[in-house]
Design a protein around this ligand. Sequence first.
Ligand SMILES: [Zn+2]
Length: 468
Amino acid sequence: MKIFNSLTRKKEEFQPIEEGKVRMYACGPTVYNYIHVGNARPLIVFDVLRRYLEHKGFDVHFVQNFTDIDDKIIKRANEEGISSSEVAVKYTTEYFIDAEGLGVLPATVHPKATESIPDIIALVQKLIDNGFAYEAGGDVYFRTDKFKEYGKLSRQPLEDLESGARVDINDNKEAAMDFALWKAAKPGEPYWPSPWGDGRPGWHIECSAMSVRHLGTTIDIHCGGQDLIFPHHENEIAQSEAANGCRFVNYWMHNGFLSIDNKKMSKSLNNFFTVREAAKSYGYETIRMFMLSAHYRSPLNYSEESLLQAKAALQRLYTTDEHLAFLSNNALSEKITEEESEFLLSLSAYKERFEQAMDDDLNTADAVSVIFELVRAINSGCSPEKNPSSEFAALCRARLRDLTNILGLLYSRENSEDLAAEVETLIEARQQARAERNYAEADRIRDQLKEMGIILEDTHQGIKWKRA
Ligand SMILES: [Zn+2]
C-alpha cells in the first residue's frame, strides 16, 4: 500500500516498524462542544484507513486522545456555570453518540489529557533536563531554536517563523516561537501540582506523552486534519524527538479542508454546522458516504446538493442490498447454477480494482466508483427475471457487503430486523385477507404499510417490499 507522507510530500510504500502490526495515532477532539462537520472528515477517513489496514491483516493499535483540559473548555465551563470536568464529560459522551452514528469504530485506547498528567510532567521534566525546555515564572516553554529541525513538517524555517511572530510583553518566553509545555495556574482555573508549581499542561505536550505511553517512541502513522500541521504537529515532533532522540512518526497523513457552500467554515459566516444538525437533515450515514466520495487529501465542499447526492447514492446501495436479501429469501430454486458460478467468478475483478484504489493512498473516491460498477453488474446478472437461485443471490450480496464493510457503509439499517419482521407479518396478513376476498382489510393493510414508508411490488418471486 502506498501512503502520501506529508513529511516527505511523496507517496511512499507503507512499511510498518513491526511486521503485521500498525501503531497509529490520531489527534482527537477538544471536548467543549458538539463536533462540527469539519471534525467528521478526519474521523471518518482515518476510521476507513484503520478498517482497511485491518482488512489487509494488520493488527492495528489505534490511539485517539481527548483534550479534556484547555482554554475553550474553561471558557465554556464559566459560561454554563459548571466545572471544566463536567463540560468535558458531557461533550465526550456527545462525541461518542456522533462517532457511533457516523459508523466510526472506537479506538483501541482513548486516553484523556487529565488522566495523563504524571506522563506529561515526566516528559516536560525530561525536556528541561536535556536543555530543550525551561521554566519561567511557573510556566515551562519549549526552546525551539535548540531543536534544529523545527519547521520540517510545515516546511517553514524557524527564522521565517520568528520574523513573523509577535512577542507579547507579558510572556516569560526567551524567544517568540517558544511554546508552552506547562502553564502556571490562573485564579479560578483547574490545576495540578508540579515541580514548577500548580498549573496545567499546554495542548501539544499531551499528544507526545500519550503517544509514547501507548505506542512507543516511534510510531507508524500519525494522522489528523491539515489545519493541525502547524503548529500542533510541528510541536509534537519537536517535543517527542527532543525527548526520545529518535524519529517520532514514519508516516504523517493529513486530510484536506472541508468548505461549506464553497466558503471557509467560520462562526462569523454562520455556516458552522454540528454533525448532530447535519445528521438531522440527512442522516449520519449520508455524511459518511459524502466524506468518502472524495479523496481524503482533496478539498471537499459541503452543500445541500452534495449531501442529497450522497443520500441518493447510499439509497442505491441499499436498494440493491435489500433486493438481494429478498431474492435470497424468496428464490424459486436453491442451488447455484454453473452459469451463476461463472458470473460470480467474474465479480472478483471488482474487488481487485477496489483494493488497487485503496492501496493508492486510500483513494476512497475511486473505491466507491468501483462499488457502483459492481452494483450495476449485480443488478443485471442477478435480476428477478433471471430467476436467480437463493445461493447465488446470497453470494452476490456477500460480494457487495465485502466491499461496503471495508468502507464501513451499509451499517445504519442493520438493526432494522424488527421492521422487516413487522412488514413481513403485515404482508402475510394482507395475502390472507385477499385469499379470503376481504379486500377492505387488504387495502387497509396496504395503507398501513404505505404510512410506514413501505412500498409493495409484485415479482416472480412473490410480493417484494422496499422503503419508499
Ligand atoms: Zn495531537
